[in-house]
Every structure is written in structure tokens, then in C-alpha cells.
Design a protein around this ligand. Structure first.
Ligand code: SF4
Length: 318
């Protein structure tokens, strides 16, 4: 089942979370960072100000509606088109979700606001927290993540360390690696030192297999990623989707079949004219994150390419 709603997207097959029902709790692109690899494009509102960016009730009503229609999801994932911890209603949203379903709640966050005790307490209500860490030194952090001026790498790492001390649930730390930007041995050594301080349950390595906000971003090859994963240790895995790997899970296969159909419709549309992410979302009634999945699979198949025009990414057939 794919749900086309204002705040929900999916459930989408997610390598990290199985079938994940995405919940978008901040508007496009309100974020504390402006990562050079962001799939959604450049940040339009860079802030650390928490606010009720999206109202609680419509979100909960969409989730209740999905549950009443036999929602099958492994996780309800708070994420979306910006940084979810910027929503000051985060704790209330999780509390209300937990009252209506037993499906575990995950948060995908860049972790930059974990220096705030309120943010840590609210995130601690979730079952899994998936923060990011792409650098172990401030120079690399500034270059790759382009943070709001108040944020620096030590603030980010210390916030994550404090969270680890307070939180008994799972922390799966994502590290996004880019060729010639944060992949030199001395940079990896610093990231590794930070990981040892943070003590996440898992470390998941990703790279630029999807279109990025900046054209110069280059993916790291699979062999290098595997080599870095081995250096980090046994709790580290590569999650970058280099191939169309098969899984034995039937429901996941069905979801992939449905995805293929939608990807073909998208390809036919792009053959007629190049489109931006916004064009694709409005023409096909898809959420941005969902559209990115279909775009990525067409890029991986070598059928379409992206072109960055002044920060807006357009897609067209090869
Ligand atoms: S990748 Fe995530 S943290 Fe980075 S700019 Fe995009 S939405 Fe913000």
C-alpha cells in the first residue's frame, strides 16, 4: 500500500528500517545544516530555532487513518524534508503515536540539536534513533555539512555522547562518505575516535549513490567503503545501495514490484520533458522522499541522469 498524504509517505522499502512509514514533521527544507550531499537540494531556511512548524493533529489523524486501513510497517519514521528535531512538538507527536499503535517509532536526525536537553528527552521517547556524523574535525564538518553558525563538531559529538548516557534504546549512527571530501585516512581516524566516544549500537556507512545538492559530490567505491567498515569494527556495515540486491522477504518483494511500476511511469514522463523533484512530486502525487527512491533506481539502472541548475536538480533520460 502506498499512501499519498500531506505528512506521510510510504511505507517505502528502507535498507535500514524495513518497511518504513515516513512522517514529515518539518517543511522543505528547514534544517540546521546545508549538507553538500543532501538529496532534497540546498537548505532554504537554516536555523536552530525550534517551532511548531507542522501541526500535531493532522499528522496524528493521517497516521490513525493509515492504521485503520491495515497499515503494515516495521517502523513509523520521523524524518522528511529537513531536520525533525526542529519541530518543538516532537515529544507530543511521539507520545500520541504510541497511544494509537505498537509499531516502533524511529527518528532520522542530523543530531546537531542534541546539546539541548529537551531534544534529547524527546528523542529518548523513540525506539530507534538514527543520527548522522560525517566528520571528526571541524574543518571537514564545515565543508561537508555547512552548519548554522552556532553549531560546531564538538557541540555535535558532545550532544550525541550525552544522549548515549541517557538513552537505553538503539542508536544507529550514519556516516556519509564522499570521495576527496571526508575519506582521507586521517579524517577517517578522527571519525573513528568520535564514534568510540559516542558508542552507538551500529555504524552505517553511506555514500552518494543518489543525486546531491552539489554537483561536485562523488561517491566512494564499494571496496573503499568495505575497507573503512572493517577499520571501524564489527558493529559497522555498508548501507549504500550500489545494486538492486534481492531479499527473500515476500512483502518487500511486492513493494519492489509496485515500485518498478511507478518508476516506469516516471521514466515515461521524463522522456517527454526534464523535471525537477517538485515537478515529479506534483505530477505524480508523490512525497519528495518517495520520489527520490524511484529517481535513484532509474539512475542506478543508467536510464536517467541529473543536472544541477543553480541548486535545483533536474532529471532527464540519458
Ligand atoms: S542531508 Fe539531512 S541534515 Fe543534511 S541538509 Fe539535508 S536534510 Fe539537512
Amino acid at each position: 500500500m502506498t499512501i499519498g498524504k500531506k505528512y506521510l509517505y510510504g511505507p517505502v522499502p528502507s535498507r535500514r528500517l524495513g518497511r518504513s512509514l515516513g512522517v514529515d514533521i518539518v517543511p522543505v527544507k528547514v534544517c540546521t545544516l546545508d549538507c553538500i550531499y543532501c538529496q532534497i537540494g540546498r537548505t532554504t531556511k537554516k536555523t536552530i530555532e525550534r517551532a511548531a512548524y507542522v501541526p500535531v493533529e493532522p499528522i496524528i489523524s493521517e497516521i490513525s487513518d493509515a492504521i485503520s486501513k491495515n497499515l503494515e510497517a516495521d517502523y513509523i519514521t520521523l524524518a522528511g524534508s529537513g531536520e525533525p528535531t526542529l519541530n518543538s512538538q516532537l515529544g507530543i507527536i511521539i507520545e500520541k503515536i504510541k497511544k494509537i499503535t505498537k509499531i516502533p517509532v524511529a527518528i532520522v536526525t542530523n543530531g546537531t540539536l542534541f546539546y539541548m536537553p529537551d531534544v534529547r528527552a524527546e528523542c529518548a521517547m523513540a525506539d530507534v534513533v538514527l543520527p548522522s556524523l560525517d566528520a571528526g574535525d571541524d574543518e571537514t564538518f564545515q565543508r561537508i555539512n555547512r552548519p548554522y553558525p552556532d553549531i560546531n563538531i564538538e557541540k555535535l559529538i558532545s550532544g550525541l555522547c550525552d544522549f548515549r548516557k541517557e538513552y537505553k534504546g538503539q542508536i544507529w549512527l550514519e556516516v556519509f562518505l564522499i570521495e576527496s571530501i571526508n575519506s582521507r585516512p586521517e579524517q577517517i581516524a578522527k571519525i573513528n575516535t568520535a564514534i568510540k566516544r559516542i558508542r552507538p549500537d551500529k555504524v552505517q556507512l553511506n555514500t552518494a549513490v543518489r543525486p546531491t545538492a552539489e554537483e561536485y559530490v562523488r561517491k566512494l567505491d564499494a571496496a573503499k567503503l568495505n575497507d573503512i567498515a572493517a577499520q571501524i569494527g564489527t558493529n559497522c556495515e555498508v548501507i549504500a545501495d550500489f545494486s538492486q540486491r534481492q531479499t527473500s522477504e515476500n512483502k518487500y518483494k511486492q513493494a519492489l514490484k509496485q515500485d518498478k511500476k511507478i518508476a516506469e511511469t516516471l521514466f515515461s514522463m521524463l522522456k517527454r520533458r526534464p523535471c525537477s523533484l517538485d515537478d515529479i512530486c506534483s505530477s505524480m502525487n508523490l512525497h519528495g522522499n518517495e520520489a527520490i527512491k524511484y529517481i535513484s533506481s532509474l539512475i542506478e539502472q543508467g536510464r536517467i541522469q541529473s543536472e544541477n541548475v543553480d541548486g535545483t536538480i533536474y532529471f532527464k533520460p540519458l
